[in-house]
Design a protein around this ligand. Sequence first.
Ligand SMILES: *Cc1c(COP(=O)(O)O)cnc(C)c1O
Length: 430
Amino acid sequence: MSDTQNHGFDTLQIHAGARPDPATGARQTPIYQTTAYVFRDADHAAALFNLQEVGFIYSRLTNPTVAVLQERIATLEGGVGAVCCSSGHAAQIMALFPLMGPGLNIVVSTRLYGGTITQFSQTIKRFGWSAKFVDFDDTDAVKAAIDDNTRAIFCESIANPGGYITDLPVIARIAEGAGLPLIVDNTSATPYLCRPIDHGATLVVHSTTKYLTGNGTVTGGAIVDSGQFDWSATDKFPSLSQPEPAYHGLKFHETFGPLAFTFHGIAIGLRDLGMTMNPQGAHYTLMGIETLSLRMERHVANARKVAEWLEKDPRVDFVTYAGLPSSPYAERAQRLTPKGAGALFTFAAKGGYDACVKLVNALEIFSHVANLGDTRSLIIHSASTTHRQLSEEQQVAAGAAPNVVRLSIGTEDADDLIADLDQALAKATS
Ligand SMILES: *Cc1c(COP(=O)(O)O)cnc(C)c1O
């Protein structure tokens, strides 16, 4: 499809980035299961290696199946380019890599996916990077956390697991005032419910493992670039603004303009870190994305019904779903995710930790797994699993207190999901 500008989301989720295979006319995007690509001649090879011509060299860097997915996700998010990689966590490291160096820090929300809290509070220290965790509702605290060594601000649009919505335009203004890129993890919302770039985000990261693939089959990640950040405005981002020794002194921002981050992600990030998405994985995710809007509509409708039912149930202490009128984030949900507040939320069962453990054991349709964004409904008791490595204080701050379970509502019949929760709550709280 050539002109993608004027098409709607439902059209783009099927067509963006794809065209009939030039060799065979195959209508569906083929899985280019190849490691390398034959150069036309030695000059062609040299031009590709010098980044003077765009093409395929080796599948650690680029692959035609993965390239279609990159263009599809970039288009749906309203970005100029995207880099796919092997997982959502790889995408986060790949997003930070060009911005960071030893002694530098990022300012991040306390409300994040548990694995991200661990990655940012522990693992990145090995690179000499650090993260400052701040309550993003406290804008003064966000501003105060930024110092001369800060290189990015990071949050989730709809935060996992607590049904929290970040006020993206407010955070984007703070980032802009400080001359810093805002990175938004849009995994829980998907571009169907929220497009962070429209609200001022510089980069969007995804775990494509979740809703974009949609059926719990493969792990993957993506980084989408808005193309709107001026990497050369200060000397803070030398990887993008200064000569790159590995490419004969090429300056990425000067040479590639708005595509600087994307080219750097492929030419340096994938080349040297090697966190590559494989073409089979890209194929599964392309299959999933074709039905993204259809699935998200059902996910949201089911989540609303289940959350409303739970909120009225006397065996439940509270439900944190931003799609409920009672949520403190209801106004933000209206403004930032008008088509729905996602399908991920938590609730507290009367009876605390023990009742939660009984509940997950008693459910029949809901699967107890460490995943989300599947067509199947999923449940997890975060405090005993994904958020187990955190202190109780961190668990509470992340919306994963011991008495709380997280639901990822699937696309089954809502009445069946409610009946399943009803019988399991009876066993858990009797
Ligand atoms: C799952 C998830 C991640 C990590 O993605 P992986 O594909 O599991 O590496 C990051 N952020 C959010 C919001 C997630 O749900």
